[in-house]
Ligand binder design. Structure first.
Ligand code: ARG
Length: 459
């Protein structure tokens, strides 16, 4: 049997393998709601402009509502021989309303149809993801407010650098996710032009009203070039790029949760709800959720890379290659959404081990910079000289197996005679973080204020 939709000039149907490689219904059925919304807007416009009769337009929209209902109820029979979601819906519409269904595809092609459907889908994803990222930011800012003054080691090169607070660390991620949200919002703004009415590639001779369909579908207006409209998949690539960058942020945070929760670090305890046991080692609590969040990043970047490779070198306008734009994107958005949910749960539930973090913050001469700054501020040494003197004092402390604040004043004075008792005011980790009051610095006062500001902003 030849294809019912386009088989007019064919004498036989496709081979089994042709059907298998050609069909997209297995995955593009996800677009059913967007496809029906696009068809409704198109049918109403065709009726309003007199391109089809108002009665036919009404029959079509009523029939589409019925199709929508059937799909929602799980009562719709998807058929591979009908290739994709567009033809599956149109065929069912024909069963329901008869000949009027054949008029729906006037002044339209599957090329502008699929571009419209997918854009609507990606736009819906962006809107949903934005709410989810905001939820994660809220969980992070809540922890930050609670632990604004909890001292932990700050690292560079994963070596203890200077004391910071746990709240400050949480808020670093709040900033990253804020940038991610603005990247998604940016992509949304740019994608919000309607391809519908570009038809196959050249536009149409029918007197359609693209402004009306664009408005009905929530677009800012119609896209201005029909060739571009059916060829453009920037909106998917750009959204996947935003998701990839954000997935990198999730992955970095996940990595920190993994090592923070190790026995060796012991900075945090993940809740039972987000840990798993080992089938052989009874003592284990594994951070599987964090590891999987870290790994999901690979799939998301993979989807971006995959689509960029598909698009690269495609001549204008539509080529069937572009059908390969969907599956990986669906998977990437699902994975990213799940990773966000898991991270939000882990952050909300985790308990920092304040004592362990504080103890580690004091090791590794983390207040050496405070000592150098004191030498500059109180004794007027040039910073480079202060750095040198501090290095000698650290060397002495190391030789005696002591922390900086455990050295005697006399010992320090052997290296720099002008050092006085007040130096001890800056050598504790608490004094160190409290002094970092510069804008954006880690002082508990700053952190508490920032956490409060974020929580208010996030509502
Ligand atoms: N299933 C197709 C896709 O996802 C729909 C567009 C088909 N267009 C065509 N000219 N064959 O890209």
């Amino acid at each position: 049997m030849t294809n019912k939709m386009w088989g007019g000039r064919f004498s036989s149907g496709p081979s089994e393998i042709m059907e298998e490689i050609n069909a997209s219904i297995g995955f593009d059925k996800r677009l059913f709601a967007q496809d029906i919304a696009g068809s409704m807007a198109h049918a109403e416009m065709l009726g309003a402009t007199g391109i089809i009769s108002v009665e036919d337009a009404e029959k079509i929209t009523q029939g589409l509502s019925k199709v929508q209902h059937e799909i929602n109820e799980g009562a719709f029979n998807f058929s591979r021989s009908l290739e994709d979601i567009h033809m599956n819906i149109e065929q069912r519409l024909k069963d329901i309303v008869g000949d009027a269904a054949g008029r729906l595809h006037t002044a339209r092609s599957r090329n502008d149809q699929v571009a419209t459907d997918f854009k609507l889908y990606v736009r819906d994803c962006v809107d949903e993801l934005d709410g989810q990222i905001a939820g994660l930011q809220k969980a992070l800012a809540t922890k930050a407010a609670e632990f604004a003054g909890a001292v932990m080691p700050g690292f560079t090169h994963l070596q203890t650098a200077q004391p910071v607070t746990f709240g400050h660390h949480m808020l670093a991620y709040v900033e990253m996710f804020a940038r991610d949200r603005s990247r998604f919002a940016d992509a949304r703004k740019r994608m919000n032009e309607s391809p519908l009415g570009a038809a196959a590639l050249a536009g149409t001779s029918f007197p359609i009203d693209r402004e009306v369909t664009a408005k009905a579908l929530g677009f800012d207006g119609p896209s201005r070039n029909s060739l571009d409209a059916v060829s453009d998949r920037d909106f998917v690539m750009e959204t996947l790029a935003a998701a990839s960058i954000s997935a990198i942020h999730l992955s970095r945070l996940a990595e920190e949760l993994v090592y923070w929760s190790s026995v060796q670090f012991g900075f945090i305890r993940l809740s039972d709800r987000f840990s798993t046991g080992s089938s052989i080692m009874p003592q284990k609590r594994n951070p599987d959720a964090a590891e999987l969040v870290r790994a999901k990043c690979g799939r998301i970047i993979g989807a971006l890379t995959g689509l960029m490779v598909v698009m690269k070198g495609l001549p204008l306008t539509y080529s069937k290659d572009m059908q390969e734009d969907k599956e990986q994107a669906f998977d990437a958005f699902d994975s990213y959404s799940l990773a966000l949910a898991a991270m939000t749960g882990m952050i909300s539930d985790l308990t920092p081990n304040v004592e362990k973090m504080r103890a580690d913050a004091g090791s590794g001469y983390s207040t050496a910079t405070d000592l150098a700054d004191w030498l500059v501020r109180v004794l007027g040494l040039p910073f480079r000289d202060a750095h040198h003197v501090t290095g000698e004092i650290v060397g002495l402390a190391e030789a005696e197996g002591k922390g900086l604040d455990e050295l005697s004043l006399e010992a320090m004075q052997k290296i720099e005679p002008r050092i006085e008792q007040s130096v001890f005011d800056v050598l504790s980790v608490e004094a160190s973080v409290a002094s970092r009051t510069s804008f954006g610095g880690t002082s508990p006062e700053n952190v508490a204020r920032e956490a409060k500001r974020w929580l208010k902003k996030l509502g």
